[in-house]
Design a binder for this molecule. Structure first.
Ligand code: VGL
Ligand code: ZN
Length: 218
C-alpha cells in the first residue's frame, strides 16, 4: 500500500478540508425540508467526529453553507404552478425546483458542527437569481471567495465530504479539480439525494481525476 498523502506535516499544511452543506435541512436527523436518505443522527455524528479528528491533526477546515433568500430561484414556490422536484431550464441549464430549504437565518440552515471548528464558513446561493451547488461560484459565475481563502492558506490539495454527493459535493469537488487543486472525495462521509445520480456523480468525479477515498485513509 502506498503511504497516505496525508501522513506528514508538510502534506497536512497544504491540505484543506471542505465540509459541504452539513445543515439541518439536508438531514433526516432534523427532519429537513430536503432530507437526504441516510443523513441521520449516526451519519452526522460520524462526520463531526472525523472533522474534529482532522482539526486535531491540524488540517485547515472550511465549511460551505447553503444560504438562500426566501424567494430563491431554486424554490418551486417561487414559480406559479410548479411542484417540488419539477425541472425547468434557466440560463441554458436544467434546474431542479427544490422545496424551500436553508432559508437565511432559519434554524435548519445552521451548520450541524460548531462553526468555530472552521477557519472559514463560506455561504453560497445567497443571490435570489442564481443557484450555487458549487462552493466556489454560483451559476452567474460570481465567486464565493472560497478559492481565495484556499490560496491565501497555501492549500494545494483538498479533502471534500458532506451533502449531497450528487449535487453540492460533486459540484464543489469538480470545481476544485478544475481550479488545479488535487481532490480527495471522502465517500463514506457523503450521502446522495438519489442512488443513480450518486453513482453517476462518483463516476464523473473519478474521470476528472478526483481520488475517491474513505475516512480511514485520511
Ligand atoms: C443542495 C440541492 C439544493 C446540496 C443544495 O447541498 O447538495 N442540493 N441545494
Ligand atoms: Zn440549495
Amino acid at each position: 500500500m502506498s503511504p497516505s498523502p496525508f501522513s506528514d506535516p508538510d502534506a497536512i499544511a497544504e491540505t484543506g478540508v471542505i465540509v459541504v452543506d452539513l445543515q439541518g435541512d439536508f438531514t433526516t436527523l432534523k427532519q429537513g425540508a430536503l432530507a437526504v436518505d441516510g443523513a441521520d443522527a449516526a451519519y452526522v455524528k460520524e462526520v463531526e467526529q472525523v472533522t474534529l479528528r482532522l482539526k486535531s491533526a491540524e488540517f485547515t477546515l472550511f465549511a460551505t453553507q447553503d444560504w438562500h433568500p426566501k424567494d430563491h430561484v431554486s424554490f418551486f414556490t417561487s414559480l406559479p404552478g410548479k411542484q417540488a422536484f419539477d425541472t425547468i431550464e434557466i440560463h441554458g441549464e436544467t434546474q431542479v425546483l427544490w422545496p424551500p430549504h436553508c432559508v437565511q437565518d432559519s434554524g435548519n440552515a445552521e451548520i450541524l458542527i460548531n462553526p468555530d471548528t472552521f477557519s472559514s464558513v463560506v455561504k453560497k446561493g445567497t443571490d435570489s437569481r442564481f443557484d450555487s451547488y458549487s462552493g466556489f461560484q454560483d451559476q452567474g459565475n460570481t465567486p464565493t471567495g472560497l478559492e481565495q481563502l484556499l490560496r491565501a492558506a497555501d492549500i494545494t490539495r483538498v479533502a471534500v465530504y458532506g451533502l449531497a454527493t450528487d449535487y453540492c459535493v460533486k459540484a464543489t469537488a469538480m470545481d476544485a479539480a478544475k481550479r488545479g487543486f488535487e481532490v480527495f472525495l471522502v465517500e463514506d462521509l457523503c450521502r446522495g439525494v438519489a442512488p443513480d445520480t450518486t453513482r453517476e456523480a462518483l463516476e464523473e468525479m473519478k474521470q476528472q481525476g478526483i481520488h475517491i477515498i474513505t475516512s480511514n485513509e485520511i
